[in-house]
Design a protein around this ligand. Structure first.
Ligand code: HEC
Length: 136
């Protein structure tokens, strides 16, 4: 008789587990669990060179950049989860060519912005852009 009760308990546990798994799958299906970071490829860009250029040009003196320990300042917005952003500086849609333009000449795009035009070459800006799109 003890055996019968155990069996019922097991059945209840299995049922509860099944309900939890089904619930989790439903939530996942609704997109509540977003694990994959959208990655944007920048044609011709070099991610490794981009990270180095970002350091060399001093971007990290104003921006928090995940993965670069020294970059923990808040003069400019943090450059986290970059591939998920809709807009660049609130004005341009977040696409590779727009990001490159912004990095090369923010003052032309938004005169008077607190981000200075730093003399970044278009090639370096392309590398930096390809690096930024990998950031989570
Ligand atoms: C002197 C500080 C400063 C430096 C140096 C600087 N930025 Fe910025 N940056 C800013 C500020 C302030 C903004 C916000 C501009 C705005 O919204 O008008 C900004 C905005 C941005 C944005 C858009 C952010 C967003 O959330 O929309 C990107 C991308 C960016 N900077 C990249 C760079 C890169 C790459 C470099 C190096 C080449 C760099 N910045 C150097 C201050 C700086």
């Amino acid at each position: 008789m003890n055996g019968a009760r155990m069996t019922r308990q097991h059945a209840m546990r299995a049922l509860a587990l099944g309900v939890m798994v089904a619930g989790a799958l439903t939530l996942a299906g609704c997109g509540l669990f977003t694990t994959a970071v959208p990655v944007v490829e920048v044609p011709g860009g070099d991610v490794v060179r981009g990270q180095q250029a970002l350091i060399n040009y001093g971007c990290i003196s104003c921006h928090t950049v995940p993965g670069i320990a020294a970059a923990d300042t808040h003069v400019g917005p943090p450059l986290t989860e970059w591939a998920r952003r809709r807009y660049i500086a609130g004005s341009l849609t977040n696409e590779p060519e727009n990001l490159i333009d912004w990095i090369v000449n923010p003052q032309e795009i938004e005169p008077g912005t607190a981000m200075p035009t730093l003399g970044v070459s278009p090639d370096d800006a392309r590398d930096i852009a390809s690096y930024l799109y990998t950031l989570d």
